[in-house]
Write a new protein. Structure first.
Length: 129
């Protein structure tokens, strides 16, 4: 009898834990798509994607200036990946505030296998002093 009770209690515990887990997963979906790093942006940059290119060949940012980067998927299904900023955006998670901490020329590429032109979707990110 005690065993049965213990089993029921542990089942209930599992259920409660599972329910908590679901809540956590659901939270980001109802968010605004903005990754809040607690830093107020001083600049904004929009990257627009179409089949199969980004709207600019080069994007320029300033080192040390927090910038809100917004990804705008106008055509097709693309994402943007900027390894130098540890940043990846797509239509679901479309905006983030980052602060570039190094200067140089880096690569921006598409993060989603979007089709025949995928490998051509490369632009430059220039971070100036
Ligand atoms: Cu792609």
């Amino acid at each position: 009898m005690k065993k049965a009770l213990a089993l029921i209690v542990s089942c209930m515990l599992l259920f409660v834990l599972a329910a908590c887990g679901e809540d956590k997963d659901a939270a980001p979906a109802s968010g605004t798509g903005v990754t809040d790093t607690g830093v107020a942006p001083e600049a904004e940059l929009e990257i627009i994607a179409t089949d199969y290119q980004f709207d600019q060949e080069e994007y320029t940012l300033k080192k040390g200036v927090p910038v809100k980067i917004t990804f705008n998927n106008k055509q097709g299904n693309h994402g943007v990946m900027i390894p130098a900023l540890s940043l990846q955006l797509d239509s679901k998670n479309s905006s983030a505030v980052v602060t570039p901490d190094k200067t140089g020329t880096f690569e921006i590429s598409c993060s989603i296998m979007c089709g025949t032109g995928h490998t051509k979707m490369i632009s430059k990110l220039i971070i100036e002093e």
